[in-house]
Design a protein around this ligand. Sequence first.
Ligand code: ATP
Length: 259
Amino acid sequence: MSDVEIPDDHPRRESLVTRHRIEAGVEKGITSRQGLIAQGRGEAFDYLLGERTIASADEAERAAAAALLLARHPVISVNGNVAALAPDETVALAETVDADVEVNLFNRTDGRMAAIATHLREHGAASVKGLTADGRIPGISHERAKVDADGIGDADVVVVPLEDGDRAEALSAMGKTEIVIDLNPMSRSARSATIPIVDNVVRALPNVTRHARQLRDASREELEAVVAAFDPERALDAAERAIRGCGPETEDDRPPENA
Ligand code: ATP
């Protein structure tokens, strides 16, 4: 089954295309089998969110774009799920905000690291970090702590889509501005983020890119004001309310006009 074999008018087309990409990622040695489980968990939350970008997520995506434009050295961390689901979108965001792309795996194997780096290059990534692994995230056990010293090690702002809770907390303890994309607003990753984006990575990455293009000419003061106006607690609460279906849609639950 390829993307084109799913009828355009299928009501859950996007979700099926996404699922197929993860399956293909496992077959290509890019995505781990645990990645299938993470995908299932994500799908359940996305289903409850209505498979749309809620307004509070769009605000987070705008704040993320501003933080990336302000950054000295932004890095986008890529794991096997992100590589399979959104390679073009990852490269587009990296180009827009001048960020490095670094492969960073929970279950690190040389084969999977190399397969993901090749896959990202095939999708236009100019350079891919993560293979040197000469830096460490303090407080994390050996294999999972590996990063590039001149990549995530040096970054002041990191985008970590679908990161596991431990490493998200450790990166945040290193004082980095952490932008987490995670459909579960209750996950430790989302809760440790400076800017949690509760949205599917396939929607979130292009949304951050769109905001970054819109904010490209903004002054540092304007960008700082966008970041300062964002309240992570409020965004997480709004997402949890949307998922739990608590009462009528609030301002925060409504999709933005331009999503
Ligand atoms: P915690 O952060 O609480 O430790 P976890 O490490 O147990 O969570 P995993 O089971 O590793 O989390 O799952 C990864 C997370 O990624 C889940 O919270 C899931 O909702 C989220 N996720 C999966 N697919 C997507 C996607 N396409 N877009 C955004 N988030 C996703």
